[in-house]
Design a protein around this ligand. Structure first.
Ligand SMILES: CC(C)(COP(=O)(O)OP(=O)(O)OC[C@H]1O[C@@H](n2cnc3c(N)ncnc32)[C@H](O)[C@@H]1OP(=O)(O)O)[C@@H](O)C(=O)NCCC(=O)NCCS
Length: 172
């Protein structure tokens, strides 16, 4: 089996930091100023912040491995850890990132299926996420997997206010 998944623990904070930096940078650096990128990376992915998130019982992180290399990761939230007050029957995918060299090989879908599996096991009714309106690649991926846009919210990249679409999929 070439694809494996592992739930992250506090011991994984440095590897989580590395993959968070790498994937965020390669996804967004072409459409954002270096100043805003640096400000965001420092704030969101400093070790203290990541350790705090790893210790939150309403959040879970997973690494996906492809041929024994960390190829991507997933962060999901329930209850008060959700970025918006979507209610206790909702489940958020806050981050889903696959390194560019591993994209389009089914790993994103694998992570998304993992999120849906946990949400269903927890009895959640909806799975939702926020995606930057300019991130056409991710929006197409979510649509392909059955998500629909229901609204929008603001997201701050450094000092720049950006719009994230809110996309939802109902769980059976
Ligand atoms: C979005 C992302 C997670 C998708 O992961 P991926 O591993 O490339 O996607 P997969 O190979 O699992 O694709 C799953 C399905 O979606 C389809 N798909 C993937 N990207 C697509 C696109 N841009 N347009 C249309 N369909 C797409 C695939 O064809 C595949 O369809 P299939 O099941 O019929 O074969 C990945 O591109 C990524 O990490 N991007 C950068 C980070 C990012 O933007 N994250 C989201 C932040 S909100």
């Amino acid at each position: 089996m070439t694809i494996k998944i592992k739930k992250c623990t506090q011991e994984d904070s440095r590897i989580l930091q590395e993959i968070s930096y790498e994937t965020f940078d390669e996804t967004f650096k072409h459409e954002n100023s270096p100043e805003n990128m640096i400000a965001y990376l420092k704030k969101a992915f400093n070790l203290r912040q990541l350790e705090k998130e790893l210790s939150n019982r309403s959040s879970q992180f997973f690494f996906v491995y492809f041929k024994n290399e960390v190829a991507g990761y997933l962060k999901v939230n329930t209850n008060d850890a959700q970025s918006e007050k979507m209610g206790d029957d909702s489940f958020e995918i806050e981050r889903i990132y696959v390194k560019s060299k591993f994209q389009k090989q089914g790993l994103g879908k694998y992570l998304l299926n993992k999120a849906m599996e946990i949400a269903t096991e927890c009895g959640k009714k909806k799975i939702w996420l926020g995606v930057w309106e300019k991130n056409e690649n991710a929006i197409s991926f979510y649509k392909k997997l059955g998500f629909v846009q229901t609204g929008a919210h603001s997201f701050y990249m450094g000092d720049e206010e950006q719009t994230d679409y809110i996309m939802i999929k109902t769980l059976n």
